[in-house]
Design a protein around this ligand. Structure first.
Ligand code: HEC
Ligand code: HEC
Ligand code: HEC
Length: 407
């Protein structure tokens, strides 16, 4: 009898407790996969989640993301933990070296515990039998060998090491943004071998047809971002300083908006490099700029939605006074928005914008120059003004980049 009691207890308690622990691990892995935005790159528009097939242009031709569901044949259901880790941390999958469009140059910083949680989650996803495109034909083995050399040169995987001179929140922010968040993959310029140039971490780079701006703490503070603005923008897609243009929308929609309260705060502490609440600067509106052709064009084309003083309309059009996109030194995103418009952005029932029309056909180079100079003068502290020659140059560049647009 004596032995039966503990045995019965074991059966009554332990398997359930174990199932709970396993379930917790899967849930944790699911959350981490959202921080890492795996779904955005491994799912096509309207396709099965994680079934792959999204195309990426590379200098060697087009490659496709793979099926990473738990399917044993087409997906990664047959992966051991070690194989999973090797793909994420080292960029080496069973089929060979991966192209760095898969951000293993950021995922290498993921801790071993978090890696296990991710693995538990991915082994539990709904399997999809969607076949992978034939990689041997599409992406020859000699290029995969070349990637091996690239890795030797550019990739020395290392788990995140905390900076003991900084706060716990700062370290958490640094960890989640630079491992899972792979913000640097867009916001850091690349050198001639296409590796991220760590000396210029977060200093801004072109991605597709848009500019991922400088998001170093100095620049964000200089541009007037408060702690609240950063939390609003990355957490909900909209802040006092406007919404986003280009690929940042997808990053917020799939990933940043899923950050829990604590991680959102940690991300903000890290981005502004401040444990204190940063106040930010008042939004710019200079009434003295209200004269001349640029002002008339603004009133004619833009003010009905963006407001006479650039104040915007709630849940309809973002404000332009003090707008983050307008204030960048680099004017590519302003040009993309004005010339080609923006597709509707829906973040939640609370924050949602309709499409913005494009004005490429309506504005001559001279009109565009006047309009942009007015926007800069009226709504930003920036002293940048364009001559007509500079504007036609920029317009040409933006036009050529349109073929790289992701959406
Ligand atoms: C920025 C886009 C991007 C993100 C984010 C991304 N991947 Fe990938 N991934 C790719 C691409 C592209 C490939 C194919 C690379 C190649 O064939 O060389 C790939 C390949 C892989 C492979 C290799 C599979 C195989 O069959 O060879 C695994 C495993 C993988 N990804 C897992 C993940 C996981 C897990 C996450 C999230 C933690 C993730 N990926 C996030 C783009 C991405
Ligand atoms: C019909 C209403 C409408 C008109 C007219 C309009 N816009 Fe917009 N604009 C929008 C909306 C809506 C958005 C946000 C779109 C989204 O997020 O999907 C937007 C976004 C923008 C952005 C990006 C702002 C940010 O926060 O990132 C800029 C810049 C911009 N508009 C400039 C202009 C200019 C310049 C004009 C006039 C030539 C203009 N807009 C005319 C509705 C309009
Ligand atoms: C796929 C590319 C991509 C990724 C990944 C990405 N961003 Fe961005 N980000 C952009 C682009 C493009 C813009 C410009 C949006 C605009 O002008 O409205 C932007 C704008 C921003 C801004 C607004 C800055 C300003 O001055 O207007 C912040 C803050 C930001 N990103 C933070 C992040 C963080 C934090 C991450 C990682 C969790 C991240 N981004 C990941 C492309 C990206």
């Amino acid at each position: 009898m004596q032995k039966l009691v503990p045995l019965a207890m074991m059966f009554a308690v332990s398997p359930l407790a174990m199932a709970d622990a396993e379930n917790d691990l899967v849930q944790q892995g699911k959350y981490l996969s959202e921080l890492a935005d795996c779904v955005a790159c491994h799912t096509t528009d309207g396709g099965e989640p994680y079934a792959g097939g999204l195309s990426f242009k590379t200098p060697f031709g087009t490659i496709y993301s793979t099926n990473i569901t738990s399917d044993k044949k087409e997906g990664m259901g047959h992966y051991s933990f070690e194989e999973f880790e090797k793909a994420l941390r080292h960029g080496v999958a069973p089929k060979g070296n991966l192209y760095p469009a898969m951000p293993y140059t950021s995922f290498d910083k993921i801790t071993q515990d978090d890696m296990r949680a991710l693995y538990a989650y991915f082994m539990s996803t709904t399997p999809s039998s969607q076949p992978n495109p034939d990689n041997d034909v599409m992406f020859p083995a000699n290029i995969r060998m070349g990637l091996k050399a690239w890795n030797l040169l550019n990739h020395s995987p290392q788990e995140y090491v905390a900076d003991s001179s900084k706060s716990e929140d700062w370290n958490r922010g640094n960890y989640i943004l630079n491992s899972f968040g792979h913000c640097a993959e867009c916001h850091t310029p690349r050198d001639i071998t296409f590796a991220m140039d760590q000396e210029q971490h977060y200093q801004g780079a072109m991605i597709g047809n848009t500019w991922a701006p400088d998001i170093t703490p100095e620049t964000l503070v200089d541009q007037g971002w408060s702690s609240e603005d950063i939390k609003d923008l990355i957490g909900t897609g909209y802040s006092r300083k406007g919404t986003v243009v280009g690929e940042m929308y997808t990053a917020i929609y799939h990933s940043l908006s899923k950050f829990d309260e604590k991680d959102l705060n940690a991300a903000t502490v890290y981005l502004l490099d401040s444990d204190e609440n940063v106040e930010g600067k008042p939004l710019t509106f200079n009434a003295e700029a209200n004269e001349g052709e640029g002002y008339n064009l603004y009133m004619g084309y833009c003010a009905s939605c963006h407001g006479v003083e650039g104040e915007g309309k709630t849940n309809f059009a973002p404000g332009l006074a003090g707008n983050g996109t307008l204030a960048h030194d680099n004017s590519v995103n302003l040009m993309v928005a004005t010339l080609y418009g923006i597709k509707p952005q829906h973040y939640s029932t609370l924050v949602s914008f309709d499409a913005m029309p494009g004005y490429d056909k309506d504005l001559s180079d001279s009109e565009l120059t006047e309009l942009v100079n007015y926007l800069k003068a009226a709504f930003t502290p920036s002293s940048i003004r364009f001559t007509e020659a500079e504007m036609s140059e920029l317009r040409k560049e933006v036009e050529e980049n349109q073929e790289n647009a992701a959406h």
